[in-house]
Design a protein around this ligand. Structure first.
Ligand code: IPE
Ligand code: IPE
Ligand code: MG
Length: 234
């Protein structure tokens, strides 16, 4: 079976999962963290090389303060408990997004986790935090402009490959498979540049209900896809 090298996931539907059960939205986020653990373990065990999870978008800052604060608390808790598993499974941790906007304490935990896992050779787990693709592209363009100004870069050198290196995802190959849960069929400002030729898979279940079987269904579906990249299949 063809296994995607890089899976990206828009983990959506935590709020509605909770709402359906008469629980506060945060209960959905708590349950969602459990799904994250399971999916990370499964991808790692299967031999997937890169897993990128959309955890908090640049637009999610518009949510009520209490929800944003609870999400940051959950994230802090996740980061401070996950290191042993990352050690055991040799998971390399990365983040993409505008980290400047995150609370100082969270930033410190993120840097610590990135540093302690930097030499791990297993799955690269990337969390998208305070991430918006348009914001990422603008930050990359600003960095390119600065390098042009100071002469580090010449106009003729700008290529798709070079520009990719200015994005937060530098060094990570484009996703092969994008999964979005909760039945919404949109990209919501996630990896717009990187998803150019990614296979899309939409799953109706809410993120807290996503499990090993659901992931396997997505992988089975991916294995049937014929990726042509604009060419003619041989
Ligand atoms: C996804 O679940 C998690 C985040 C965006 C942080 P939602 O919180 O968007 O849940 P719904 O879409 O409202 O159900
Ligand atoms: C996308 O979900 C962001 C994350 C999953 C982190 P949203 O719930 O924020 O997206 P919209 O608002 O439905 O497009
Ligand atoms: Mg949502």
């Amino acid at each position: 079976m063809v296994l995607p090298k890089h899976i990206a996931i828009i983990m959506d539907g935590n709020g509605r999962w909770a709402q359906e059960k008469g629980l506060p939205r945060i209960a959905g986020h708590q349950q969602g963290v459990k799904t994250v653990r399971k999916v990370v373990e499964q991808c790692s065990a299967l031999g997937v090389r890169f897993l990128t999870l959309y955890a908090f978008s640049s637009e999610n800052w518009q949510r009520p303060d209490v929800e944003v604060e609870s999400l940051m608390t959950l994230l802090g808790h996740y980061l401070s408990t996950e290191l042993p598993l990352m050690e055991e499974q040799q998971i390399r941790f990365r983040v993409i997004g505008d980290l400047e906007k995150l609370p100082q304490q969270i930033r410190a935990l993120l840097m610590q986790t990135i540093d302690s896992t930097a030499d791990h050779a297993g799955l690269t787990l990337t969390l998208a935090l305070s991430y918006g693709s348009r914001d990422e592209i603008l930050r990359a363009i600003t960095a390119v402009a600065a390098d042009l100004d100071c002469g580090k870069l010449k106009k003729g050198q700008i290529s798709e490959q070079l520009f990719s290196g200015y994005l937060d995802t530098a060094g990570i190959p484009d996703p092969d498979l994008l999964i979005r849960t909760s039945g919404e069929m949109r990209i919501s400002n996630f990896l717009l540049w990187q998803l150019a030729y990614t296979e899309l898979y939409f799953c109706p279940c809410f993120w807290p209900d996503f499990d090993a079987q659901q992931l396997q269904l997505a992988l089975d579906d991916y294995a049937t896809r014929c990726r042509r990249f604009g060419a003619i299949s041989s």
